[in-house]
Design a protein around this ligand. Structure first.
Ligand code: HEM
Length: 256
């Protein structure tokens, strides 16, 4: 990703036409697959100053993709008359100094909302207490590692925004995948796994609010279906992938 800044000085007499020209030119940016986003802002202290900030996918994306493509012609047809008013036109590379201020309201992670590490331990301890009594799941987990509940709690905690302990201590995605390979999990077993997990979530008092449960279930649906796919004898799963980081989706618990 690369940032482009174009700074203009526009006399008051040309301001209206300049802004109207940019409104038309903006269509080319909106249509460009190389453009991530953009904004034109006007100086507060010096109202004749304008800055256009464009985030491009890459320097090459801007110079080769956009500049040499048809969209640029339409763009330039609008803003070309203001070339002489350009004071700076440069690319900038973002640094590691980035952040979101406290003024931007963000909900806590799903991990914190659930109650942190202890909540996931409770959940999977209870869940794996019920598994040996289940006729569909018991055979699959017959030789289960005694620390299995703890390991899956670590995995889920990491997925839901907790510390990356499964990655650090248990080998991340690759190890989780290895445990599912060749298991030939059936759809009935998957459904039962989900159903017992929901029962356990209720029994151990995981938050029951619609927002949390919607996010929780969305991961459980996704994750169990992937487990089934990867467990097929003829599966060719991705050998490497990051541990997913799940969020609230379209229904966070509160809004600014
Ligand atoms: C969201 C869905 C799932 C997640 C996040 C998940 C996660 C995990 C993880 C992290 C491990 C490895 C634990 C370790 O490091 O020792 C594991 C192992 C295993 N999983 Fe899953 N799993 C999911 C779904 C399923 C389903 C649907 C089944 C079967 C119905 C299943 C059956 C197993 C089995 C049999 C093992 C090996 C247990 C052992 O021998 O220790 N998993 N799972």
């Amino acid at each position: 990703m690369i940032l482009e800044y174009i700074r203009y000085r526009i006399p008051e007499s040309q301001e209206g036409e300049f802004r109207a020209a940019y409104e038309r030119a903006a269509d080319s940016l909106r249509e460009s697959p190389n453009c991530l986003d953009f904004e034109l802002s006007r100086g507060v202290e010096s109202t004749d100053q304008y800055t256009l900030r464009i985030r491009w996918d890459s320097l090459e994306g801007h110079l080769e993709g956009f500049r040499k493509g048809e969209l640029f012609q339409a763009f330039f047809a609008q803003v070309g008359p203001y070339v002489d008013a350009v004071e700076e036109m440069r690319h900038y590379q973002p640094t590691a100094v980035v952040g979101v201020g406290a003024g931007t309201a963000r909900p806590p992670s799903l991990y914190d909302w659930a109650g942190g590490e202890e909540a996931f331990e409770r959940l999977f301890t209870r869940f794996y207490e019920t598994v040996p009594d289940d006729e569909l799941l018991a055979p699959l987990f017959a030789g289960m590692n005694p620390a299995h509940a703890h390991h899956v709690a670590m995995w889920l905690g990491e997925v839901f925004g907790g510390p990356a302990v499964y990655t650090e201590l248990r080998g991340g995605y690759e190890n989780m995948l290895a445990h599912h390979l060749g298991k030939a999990i059936t759809e009935q077993q998957r459904r039962r796994w989900v159903s017992l997990l929901v029962d356990a979530a209720d029994e151990v008092g995981l938050p029951g609010d619609p927002e949390f449960r919607a996010a929780f279930m969305s991961y459980v649906e996704w994750g169990t279906r992937i487990a089934v796919e990867n467990s097929r004898p003829d599966a060719t799963p991705m050998p490497h992938a990051p541990v997913p980081r799940w969020g609230w989706g379209v229904a966070p618990p509160w809004r600014p």
